[in-house]
Design a protein around this ligand. Structure first.
Ligand SMILES: NC(=O)c1ccc[n+]([C@@H]2O[C@H](COP(=O)([O-])OP(=O)(O)OC[C@H]3O[C@@H](n4cnc5c(N)ncnc54)[C@H](OP(=O)(O)O)[C@@H]3O)[C@@H](O)[C@H]2O)c1
Length: 302
């Protein structure tokens, strides 16, 4: 049987993945690339990075799918994805570290009022603002999974009072968190329950002047609601790494909005050098009948 690497990848990217995977996969495994000819009936494991919709349904002997991305919302939205085949998302400590660094950078960016100082510099304004210490800046983290929990811990370690929210806290827990949050970080998976969760009703529950950092998925945010909340000065600033449409269209109002910072989906990229090891370890575990890391529930959507 063989392992298929399948994704929206260039020839050069296929070559990089192949090189790293061959370092970590057991010598008796056969890796085939979707960019080259291969026998579909011999594939029992697929390693996927944005595969074309319907592609996995054409593999009759498929028994395990390992995503090379952390978010699996797009994969799960493919109606032809075989439901009885176990699917694992990427849980890579290097990616968790990258996300933690990104969250720390953006919390400090907002905490130390850099958007305001950058605007002042553009107008040659020498105007000190009130200093606030981390202990007085409350951070709320939506999603306390692999990434959210690590981000919350790192923020607590540098002195911010941090609250986290996950499914078991329910909607009352969310309301309680929002009322005590100055900087809100979204690290939820995109599911039927979390789509559009960053909306007018949620923003209203935040204190006036709170800020938002969305590092999860564009589908979490109701874009017109954010623009309205910024206009009303209820939200002071938003840092957005992910968007409904990526790349963000050239004419999109977010690009030039003075209270929005745009990043091109770079919070925590998959690094083949570390992800290949994680994927190979999961494949070895799968073959041995041991527990697979990052197993996704089709029913829950994450
Ligand atoms: N921007 C980027 O570059 C980038 C990079 C990597 C990942 N991401 C995004 O980050 C997301 C999170 O990744 P992860 O690895 O931390 O995910 P994860 O380990 O699966 O954690 C998900 C967390 O969200 C909570 N949750 C799920 N549905 C919920 C709901 N309806 N209400 C409340 N809480 C809910 C879960 O609660 P329970 O603990 O109760 O299950 C869990 O705490 C990914 O799905 C992806 O979209 C973005």
């Amino acid at each position: 049987m063989s392992i298929l690497l399948l994704g929206k990848l260039s020839e050069a990217e296929y070559a990089v993945w192949q090189q790293h995977l061959s370092l970590h996969l057991p010598a008796d495994e056969t890796l085939v690339l979707a960019s080259q000819a291969y026998d579909k009936t011999a594939v029992d494991i697929a390693l996927v990075a944005n595969p074309p919709a319907g592609a996995l349904a054409t593999l009759p002997k498929l028994r395990f799918v390992q995503s090379l991305w952390a978010g699996v919302d797009r994969l799960l939205s493919d109606p032809s994805l075989p439901e009885n085949v176990p699917l694992a998302r990427l849980v890579d400590p290097a990616m968790t570290r990258a996300m933690t660094e990104c969250a720390l950078a953006n919390v400090f960016y907002l905490h130390r009022q850099l958007p305001a100082y950058l605007r002042q510099q553009a107008h040659r304004q020498w105007q000190p603002r009130q200093q606030v210490l981390a202990a007085q800046r409350r951070v709320g983290v939506l999603g306390m999974g692999k990434l959210g929990a690590a981000v919350a811990q790192a923020l607590a370690d540098v002195g911010f009072p941090v609250m986290g929210w996950s499914r078991q806290q329910g909607s009352d827990g969310l309301t309680a968190l929002l009322s005590r949050t100055d900087i809100l970080i979204n690290l939820l998976p995109l599911t039927a329950h979390t789509t559009g969760i960053l909306n007018a009703a949620l923003f209203e529950k935040l204190p006036v002047g709170a800020a938002l950092i969305n590092l999860a998925r564009g589908g979490h945010l109701v874009e017109p609601d954010l623009l309205a909340a910024l206009e009303q000065q209820h939200i002071s600033h938003a840092v957005l790494d992910v968007f409904n449409e990526e790349p963000l269209p050239e004419r999109h109002p977010f690009w030039t909005h003075p209270q929005i910072t745009v990043f091109p989906h770079v919070a925590a990229a998959t690094d083949p050098a570390t992800a290949a090891r994680v994927a190979a370890e999961n494949i070895v575990a799968f073959r041995a009948g041991r527990a697979i890391g990052g197993l996704v529930s089709h029913a829950q959507g994450y």
